[in-house]
Design a protein around this ligand. Structure first.
Ligand code: IPM
Ligand code: MG
Length: 385
């Protein structure tokens, strides 16, 4: 037993040292990139696993159509990113292969399909690695239920919490297992600022902080305190705080949920509640996800790679809506709001109001490719007006 304790203490010391070094880097800040001023924007496109390549193919065709002029003029380049498959990652024993990461770093933004994460073992999720390596600290997920007047934007902290050391817990086999959760001051300040800036710049009146600070006293306690500190710089915005358990209940209560606007949460709660919110909007297949940092940004579906659909031979029937919503977020991020608006209108028509083709995820519905063609044709129709 002593052997395990000594090893764990040593490990804890090195984790702490490493996180303190990280804090130092964060304190310095990287300085945000201004996309409106870039001469050329490089968008990496990466299929991922399972249904990933199918839905990314649909997203790429839509992106290519929307950016046709810019691509032609050399202002935008779409670059395929290879090697982020589960087979390659397992073979190399790297959650994001070195060469793939280097190629991604050559891009300004990344459009990425879902990647499969093996359960257990020590292989980290490719998403977690990318979010950490590219320092994509803000996970921004808009969700709306227009008929009820719900228009939510979730600001999920994306580089800390339960995730940052999630593959590096300690274990005494058959006896005990322990993971670590991390909240840092600069890491919390920047996500809080992102949420409040968004609220201020988008006419939102309210930011709701969500924690479990009654139980996770150190980490969530400090997340909460720091968010309230930042809130003071935004006196025009109303701030409230909820525990995650009651907030999950609030979201299924139609009498209450429409009052919320912007949510600010630590990583794991943000992960869980955004799936819930997306389901309320129409399914996890319907919401897009932006992972934003100062230097890089990654856009993806909020759902996973759906290996079960592949096993059942249903890959072609995957719903591309979530990744198409991510394309909309990408366009906004690279300072092309008109194109984002246009795509938003096309997606709302195809997915909600007109629904001439419906993707059900099964053989009774349209295929992903058919739906992409429908979106492309709708974009043409809207542009011709
Ligand atoms: C998400 C996903 C990821 C997460 C997985 C794939 C690591 O669920 O983006 O919400 O847990 O963050
Ligand atoms: Mg999730």
């Amino acid at each position: 037993m002593k052997r395990y304790i000594d090893a764990a203490v040593e490990q804890f010391r090195s984790l702490l040292t490493e996180q303190l070094a990280r804090v130092e880097v964060l304190e310095k800040g990287a300085g945000a990139k201004d996309f409106a001023k870039l001469e050329k924007i490089t968008i990496g496109v990466c299929g991922g696993d399972g249904i990933g390549p199918v839905i990314v193919d649909a997203a790429r065709s839509v992106l290519e159509a929307l950016l046709a002029e810019e691509i032609e003029a050399g202002r935008v380049a779409l670059v395929p990113i290879e090697g982020l498959t589960i087979e390659n990652r397992m073979k190399l024993g790297q959650s994001v292969p070195k060469d793939t990461l280097a190629a991604i770093r050559q891009c300004d933004v990344l459009l990425k399909g879902p990647t499969t994460t093996p359960k257990g073992g020590t292989m980290e999720s490719a998403n977690v690695t990318l979010r950490r390596e590219l320092d994509l600290y803000a996970n921004v997920r808009p969700v709306a239920i227009p008929e009820e007047g719900c228009d939510w934007t979730f600001f999920r902290e994306n580089t800390e919490g339960e995730y940052v050391l999630g593959s590096r817990g300690v274990e005494i086999p058959d006896v005990l297992a322990m993971d670590f959760k991390v909240t840092t001051r600069p890491g919390t300040r920047r996500i809080a600022r992102a949420a409040f800036e968004f609220a201020r710049n988008n006419g939102k009146r309210r930011v709701s902080i969500v924690t479990k600070a009654n139980i996770m006293k150190k980490t969530d306690g400090s997340f909460s305190a720091i968010c309230h500190e930042i809130a003071k710089e935004y006196p025009e915005i109303q701030v409230d705080e909820w525990y995650i358990d009651i907030m999950t209940a609030n979201l299924v209560n139609p009498a209450i949920r429409k009052q919320f606007e912007v949510f600010l949460l630590p990583n794991l709660y943000g992960d869980i509640i955004t799936d819930e919110a997306a389901q309320l909007q129409g399914g996890v297949g319907t919401a897009g996800s932006a992972n934003i940092g100062d230097r890089y940004a990654m856009f993806e579906a909020i759902h996973g790679s759906a290996p079960r659909m592949i096993e059942e031979g249903l890959g072609d029937y995957a719903n591309p809506m979530s990744i198409l919503r991510a394309v909309e977020l990408l366009l906004r991020h690279i300072a092309m709001p008109e194109k984002a608006e246009l795509l938003d209108r096309a997606l709302t028509l195809c997915g909600e109001t007109e629904r001439r083709l419906v993707v059900t995820g099964d053989r009774d519905g349209a295929t992903c490719r058919e739906f992409a063609a429908y979106v492309l044709e709708t974009l043409d129709r809207l542009q011709a007006r």
